[in-house]
Design a protein around this ligand. Sequence first.
Ligand code: OGA
Ligand code: MN
Length: 227
Amino acid sequence: MQLTLAQTAHSDGDNALFESIANDIVEKGYSISPCALPDDLSSLLLQHITELPGEDFKRAGIGRAKEHIIDELIRTDEISWITSNSEAGSSWIEWSESLQAYLNRRLFLGLFSFESHFSHYAKGDFYKKHKDAFKGEGNRVLSVVVYLNQHWSAADGGELVIYDDKSPDSSVVDQNIITVIPNFGTVVVFLSEEFPHEVLPARRDRYSIAGWFRLNNSIANNIDPPS
Ligand code: OGA
Ligand code: MN
């Protein structure tokens, strides 16, 4: 297949990014790359998210009615699951699958499937400290978050805070805390079971994508297909 110049440059850039993500994961278990998502992809995603009809966003994490109140104490953002039915969605999934393939080749992670959603945090919205997966329970291995906010300033809040309990230089009382500004194109990747994290209240509309690479959990007759 003949590659255009743009495509070649694109994949070279991705490979450098994927390599640095792989190295970070090995060294620290998490990776933060400011302004790293290819610009054309970030722009496509931002345009798509701003054009999505409001009713496509649903209050996140709503279980049964009884759990509703609890959910609202933990997170107040709205989400919309990403499918490949749009150009933006399929480009994002393609990019994520190339990251998955790279990490599988490089780190033998055995990542099998990927799921992701857009998140919209309106003014005042937050997501309290949580983990994306629990040991022995889920099969979410690696979390990825990207941000689609242009001109984010410190006054806008909405930082992602990652708690690195396992950092060698931290004691039980003195946790190592990593703060990420949700700037356009920033890519965050971390081991889902290892890092509790939270989203501080946003003071303006805040858009992100959260995604998870999963293992294939199908055992014997107990099929657990990716959702
Ligand atoms: C999540 C999450 C972080 C963010 O959706 O699980 O932690 O910065 N999102 O949007
Ligand atoms: Mn999370």
